[in-house]
Design a protein around this ligand. Sequence first.
Ligand code: FE2
Ligand code: FE2
Length: 307
Amino acid sequence: MTRSRLVRSRVDLLQEIAPDVERLFNRHLEAPREWMPHEQIDWGQGESFETRPWSETDYPIAEGVRSSIYVNLLTEDNLPYYTSTLLGHAPKDHPIREWNHQWTMEENRHSMVMRDWVHISRCIDPVVLEVGRRVQMTRAEVPVPESFADLICYVSLQERATQIAHRNTGAHLPKDDRMGRNVLALVAGDETKHYMFYRDLARAAFVIDPSTMMVAAARQIRTFAMPGTGIPSFTRHAVRIAREGIYGLRQFLSDVLEPVLSVWDVGHLANLSAEAERARVELTGVLEKITSTVDRMAQRGARSSLA
Ligand SMILES: [Fe+2]
Ligand SMILES: [Fe+2]
């Protein structure tokens, strides 16, 4: 496909989807979540790090849970680069631009409230956290989807994955940390609404241009990775988080791919181009591969627990 054809098809999808952006944006605004970050924090619990330096025993917890809090918070910190990527696909005067501003406003409070809780509860070494933030934000690494179709597929998956990661992290916190559980539940609730916006926007795009969307969805699923490659020791943290049962390939399959693909109904799309049919076949292969890997991992886990 020539470059001019690519550009034209991108502009058409953007133009035709504008009414759906407005409809879904209005739906989002009709159910506001107006929680105040400062009201979620028990400030009286705080202690100076100068008079009582941080120690791991301040908040005893499994290393996978600590890794998850660290990675999830740094991912929220990286918001400026996600905003910039999204705006790169949002033409002037298009309603997706206004949505992006609302989304950025809501996302911004996640790192604020999480960091306040992290510092008050002492669940992470504040120096390690700040060093990680500096490294990650200086690297400015975020996925850059190549088209608007790719973008809405990627963000649908990412918002759902982020919701699951925050929700499962909250469930792994100590029972007596009610502040932490509440903070992560509020953040996960916001991510649910973001996920619903992008998932349903992508569903509308599948109706407008099923072939372009099918190719984009297959590409994004094949290459999807949780954001965080710019975070120091990201792979080590990701392995710990998966081992803890918070987020890994198993959750990606059952909690992200299965619900998203069932809403997009990719199995029943009609009149696909030859390229899109190939993409659908390729996606089936990718899903089978992930399923067999997850099954193998579960069998290995069952064997080692019997040993
Ligand atoms: Fe967020
Ligand atoms: Fe979000």
